[in-house]
Write a protein that binds this ligand. Structure first.
Ligand code: ADP
Ligand code: ZN
Length: 316
């Protein structure tokens, strides 16, 4: 893949921010905690299933206390969390997971519990914003001042990063919940988003594929018609994001994108949908390096959390 050259700003930031920090990827099914300075210096890492908040946060604290004894206190800890959540430091509910349907986890002050127990500065943002930040710092988005990162997994989420900063706004973008055109004659499946039925996530997340075709997505053969339809929905959504956000690259991660045949299908359909309208060479001739998998793979979240913590250290 053609790789963007790192710009001088990020090189300067890189040398300034290789500090020893902590990172937490707080997922709906598992937590990953680590300490270190970057991809080549992860000094300790642990993964465990997400259970109740008390038990899960207890395991987080145990890990960081052990690492503090070995390596000293980290300069800061970044948390890349499932949501919806409150990422606004000025809000009374900053650091909370807010309206999640996940049992026990609605209105949990995840960042506050960790900050008050460990006494180090905390950054808190969505898993996808922070996975995007990891890709910007060390992966497929180095040097890019505008790109998006999407995960297509149990749900669909997206992060929008401008100059290495995740976009917030009222709360944070919800790229998985945009409406997508639904032709009921071609696809009579009703969708499974509890809020919107047939929104993008409702039609194209892994569990929707499984429910539509009557067996788990992972068991469907590479030439199954499911993938053509999946690529169709992905391309519809990417068409919307390209026209609204004008991203310079689109990174597609998550379990569903483990199906490598999806990438060429999605690229072809995006070109068809755009129909030559967006006249950037990045799209017209460079689509193979425009819609790409993450370079950090499934470590984008926890490494992004390092980058997030390192931004605290330099006061960004
Ligand atoms: P999560 O979204 O829970 O953090 P993943 O990104 O791994 O985790 O997504 C898990 C979902 O992705 C599963 O529910 C399944 O539907 C789908 N999935 C996982 N692996 C594959 C695969 N190899 N092929 C297709 N779909 C997959
Ligand atoms: Zn929805």
């Amino acid at each position: 893949m053609e790789k963007a050259t790192r710009n001088t700003t990020s090189e300067k930031e890189g040398s300034m921010t290789d500090q020893y920090v902590g990172g937490i990827e707080a997922g709906g099914t598992k937590f990953v905690c680590a300490v270190g300075t970057g991809p080549d210096d992860v000094r300790a890492e642990v993964r465990f299933p997400t259970t109740t908040p008390d038990e899960t946060i207890g395991r987080v604290l145990t890990f960081f206390r052990e690492q503090e004894e070995r390596f000293g206190a980290p300069a800061a800890i970044g948390i890349a969390s499932f949501g919806p959540l409150d990422p606004d430091p000025a809000s009374p509910t900053f650091g909370y997971i807010t309206s999640t349907p996940k049992p026990h986890w609605a209105n949990v002050d995840l960042a506050g519990a960790i900050r008050s127990a460990l006494g180090v500065p905390i950054r808190f943002d969505t898993d996808v914003n922070i996975a995007g930040l990891g890709e910007w710092r060390w992966g497929a988005a180095q040097g890019l001042d505008n790109f998006i990162y999407l995960t297509i997994g149990t749900g669909i989420g997206g992060g929008v990063l401008i100059d290495g900063k995740p976009v917030h706004g009222l709360i944070h973008p919800e790229l998985g919940h945009i409406p997508v055109p639904h032709d009921w004659t071609v696809d009579p499946y009703r969708g499974r988003c509890p809020y919107h039925g047939d929104c993008f996530e409702g039609m194209a997340a892994g569990p929707a594929i499984g429910e539509r075709w009557g067996r788990p997505a992972v068991e469907l053969a590479p030439d199954h018609p499911a993938w053509e339809l999946e690529a169709h929905y992905l391309a519809l959504a990417l068409h919307a994001f390209i026209c609204t956000l004008s991203p310079k690259r689109i990174i597609l991660g998550g379990g569903v994108m483990e199906q490598p045949q999806l990438f060429p299908l999605v690229r072809r359909k995006v070109l068809e949908h755009l129909n030559g309208y967006v006249r950037s060479p990045a799209i017209l001739t460079g689509i193979d390096s425009y819609i790409v998998p993450p370079e950090l793979g499934n470590r984008a979240g926890v490494l992004g959390a390092f980058a997030q913590a390192q931004q605290v250290v330099v006061g960004q």
